[in-house]
Design a protein around this ligand. Structure first.
Ligand code: PMP
Length: 395
C-alpha cells in the first residue's frame, strides 16, 4: 500500500545537514563522551514545583478529557499575559491551547492555507517549518536572508520570493532559532507592510519570547492593523523548561480561533488537563520564575561572545535572544557541515551545521548554549583553536 503524497513529500529528502547530529548521538551511544551543543533543550529539567502541581492535579482527578479549547483559567491567563506584554486587547476567545508550539504552527497554517496555496517562510528556519507548511497542504516558499545583514529579512527579498504568484501567509520567528537574532521595530515594520500590502496572514512564532537579552520582546501583533491578520504561536517549552509536557497555544482573531477549536476536536482532542493545570500554576509564578530559567542562556551567550571577540576567524551573529549562537566559520574554508563534522571527529564537540537550517546559513554553525558554563567555555576554546588551525591551512 502506498502512503499519501502529503506524507511522503513532507520532508525534502536528501542530505539535510542532520548527519552530524546523528553521528554524535551514535558516538555517545557507543560510549564516547561528546559535548552536545546541538538541540534546543535546557540542561535543567522541569521544576519539581511544577511537577508537584502536575501530580496534585492528576491525583485530584483531572485525568479525563479536558476542555478541547483549553481549560478556561489557562486560556484567560495566556490572554492576560499576551495583553500585558503587547498592549493588544486579548481575551480567552482569542486563545486555543495546543499540544506544544509545533501543533500551533500546524494549526496556524491549516487556518491560513487552502491546498496548493503558497506559504512563505524565512531562511534560516526552524527545522520543521517547510514540512509543517507541506503537511497543512501548502507549497513552502523560502525567503533568503543574508548573514552580512544579520539575517534580517528585507522587503526586496520578500517581494522577490513572492514574485507574481499570490501567497497566503508569511511565517516568522523572533527571537530566532537558529540565529539568536531579534527583529526590531524596523524589520517588523517591513514585515507588517509586506503582509498588509499582499493581504497575507502573518504567523509569528514567539516561543522564545522570555529569552530576550536586550530590551523587551516585540510582537508584530501589536503593530497597527496587524491583530486581525496575525496568528501568534506560544509555548511553555522554552519559557518554563517544559518541553516534554507539550503545552502551547495559538493567539488570533476570535473567528479563526473558533475554527481552530474545531480542528482540535478533529485532531488532538485537546491537551491533558493535569498538564494544563501545571502550566497554569507555572504561569502564575510570574516573571521572576521565567527569568531564572532564561538566565543561564544569557550568561553563556555573554561569556562566549567574550571568547569570540578575542579572535578574528570566527564571527558571531549579533545574538539578541533565544538559547543559541550562530557562528560564521567561512574563514576556515569549510562548509558548516564539513566544519561541524571535522570538529566532532577531532574533538568530540557536536554542533549543528548552518546548512541544516537552510541555504542562507551555509558556512555557519549553530551552538545551543545548553551545557554548563565551564563545559561550554572549554568547548568554545577548542572550537576557536580548531577554526584558527583550519584557517591557517586554508590561507
Ligand atoms: N518554534 C521554534 C522556533 C522552536 O525552536 C521550537 C522547538 N525547538 C518550536 C517552535 C516547537 O516547540 P514546542 O512544540 O516544544 O512548543
Amino acid at each position: 500500500m502506498n502512503v499519501s503524497h502529503r506524507l511522503s513529500g513532507l520532508t525534502g529528502g536528501g542530505s539535510d545537514g542532520w548527519d552530524v547530529f546523528y553521528k554524535a548521538r551514535a558516538m555517545k551511544a557507543a560510549g564516547t563522551p561528546v559535548v552536545e551543543l546541538t538541540i534546543g533543550e535546557h540542561d535543567i529539567r522541569t521544576s519539581p514545583a511544577i511537577l508537584d502541581e502536575m501530580h496534585r492535579a492528576a491525583r485530584a482527578g483531572h485525568t479525563g478529557y479536558a476542555a478541547v479549547p483549553g481549560i478556561p483559567d489557562l486560556r484567560a491567563t495566556v490572554a492576560a499575559r499576551v495583553q500585558a506584554r503587547t498592549g493588544v486587547p486579548t481575551g480567552p476567545q482569542n486563545v486555543v491551547i495546543t499540544p506544544g508550539g509545533q501543533s500551533a504552527l500546524f494549526a496556524a497554517h491549516m487556518a491560513a492555507l487552502d491546498p496548493g496555496e503558497r506559504a512563505l517562510y524565512l531562511d534560516p528556519y526552524y527545522a520543521t517549518y517547510p514540512g509543517t507548511i507541506r503537511g497543512a497542504g501548502g507549497v513552502a516558499v523560502s525567503v533568503p536572508t543574508q548573514s552580512e545583514a544579520d539575517f534580517q529579512p528585507t522587503r526586496a527579498a520578500l517581494d522577490a520570493a513572492l514574485g507574481d504568484a499570490p501567497a497566503r501567509s508569511l511565517l516568522i520567528n523572533t527571537p530566532n532559532n537558529p540565529t539568536g537574532v531579534i527583529y526590531g521595530a524596523e524589520t517588523l515594520g517591513i514585515i507588517a507592510d509586506f503582509t498588509c500590502a499582499n493581504d497575507m496572514w502573518l504567523i509569528s512564532d514567539e516561543v522564545y519570547d522570555t529569552q530576550v537579552w536586550d530590551g523587551a520582546h516585540l510582537s508584530p501583533r501589536a503593530l497597527p492593523g496587524m491583530a486581525e491578520r496575525t496568528l501568534v504561536v506560544g509555548s511553555m517549552s522554552k519559557s518554563h523548561a517544559m518541553t516534554g509536557s507539550r503545552v502551547g497555544w495559538l493567539v488570533g482573531p476570535e473567528d479563526i480561533i473558533a475554527h481552530l477549536i474545531n480542528l482540535s476536536t478533529h485532531t488532538t482532542y485537546g491537551v491533558p488537563g493535569f498538564l494544563q493545570d501545571a502550566a497554569l500554576w507555572a504561569l502564575r509564578q510570574g516573571d521572576a520564575f521565567e527569568a531564572e530559567i532564561a538566565a543561564p542562556f544569557r550568561r553563556r551567550r555573554d561569556q562566549t561572545l567574550v571568547q569570540i571577540n578575542a579572535q578574528d576567524i570566527v564571527r558571531a551573529l549579533p545574538s539578541g535572544g533565544a538559547m543559541y549562537l550562530m557562528l560564521d566559520v567561512r574563514a576556515t574554508g569549510l562548509s558548516g557541515e564539513a566544519f561541524a563534522d571535522a570538529l566532532l571527529d577531532a574533538h568530540h564537540i557536536a554542533t549543528m551545521p548552518g546548512e541544516s537550517f537552510g541555504a542562507s546559513a551555509a558556512g555557519h554553525i549553530r551552538l545551543a548554549l545548553t551545557v554548563d558554563d565551564a563545559a561550554l567555555r572549554s568547548a568554545v576554546e577548542t572550537l576557536l583553536q580548531f577554526a584558527a588551525h583550519l584557517a591557517s591551512k586554508a590561507a
